[in-house]
Design a protein around this ligand. Structure first.
Ligand code: VGL
Ligand code: ZN
Length: 200
């Protein structure tokens, strides 16, 4: 079984959003068109409480894109984004989210961020996605969405480590690219056996 895993295709990661990724909205139409080719469609939704610890606003004297040391290690700080039930947290209005078999929310624990769809940033707390995929007999994943170097990257690496066959459609992802994070992400994904391709 081969599933399409759409990562964080939400208003706040699209132009005009709180943590806008350049061209984030351009991938929506082609992702909708791709859904019919898969036996399962799963979408993730970044879903933070208003006082989430990954928000720079939560840390006195800190600005977005600076780093802090959390109990679980270094954490990049972000502008407030994807606050639970806000418009920014909603899927892009043109995304065919009704076609998803599963919508997995992540990042809802105030003290831990979660880039990956599998494990939170402590790298231990599971989201439950692995069990869902195994229960359904899904062994292959094609990843699309936002952002290439953060949530797509962490999800792809974890999936590969868990033994799934992983393809990232780089043409259907867009990156934040904070000073070279995209190049590092691509190298790390490839070293774990993730296949990066710009073709269906
Ligand atoms: C993401 C930063 C913070 C992402 C989510 O979806 O890549 N990046 N929260
Ligand atoms: Zn987030």
């Amino acid at each position: 079984m081969h599933a399409l895993l759409g990562i964080d295709i939400q208003n706040d990661f699209c132009p005009g959003g709180a943590l806008a990724v350049a061209g984030g909205d351009a991938i929506v139409g082609p992702i909708n068109a791709l859904m019919a080719q898969f036996e399962a469609v799963i979408l993730t939704q970044d879903w933070h409480p208003a006082d989430h610890s990954s928000f720079a606003s939560h840390h006195i004297g800190k600005a977005p894109f600076e780093t802090v040391d959390m109990a679980y290690g270094a954490q990049t700080l972000w502008p407030d984004h994807c606050v639970q039930a806000s418009q920014g947290a909603a899927f892009h209005p043109m995304l065919a989210a009704e076609r998803a078999d599963l919508i997995l929310r992540k990042g809802f624990r105030p003290a831990i961020d979660s880039y990956s769809a599998f494990f939170e940033n402590d790298r231990k707390t599971a989201t439950g996605l692995e069990g869902y995929l195994r229960s359904r007999g899904i062994t292959e994943l094609t990843l699309v969405g936002l952002a290439t170097d953060y949530c797509v990257n962490y999800s792809a690496q974890d999936a590969a480590k868990l033994g799934f066959r992983v393809i990232v459609r780089t043409d259907l992802c867009r990156a934040i690219d904070l000073g070279g994070t995209l190049a590092v992400a691509e190298r790390e994904m490839q070293s774990l056996g993730v296949m990066l391709t710009s073709e269906g």
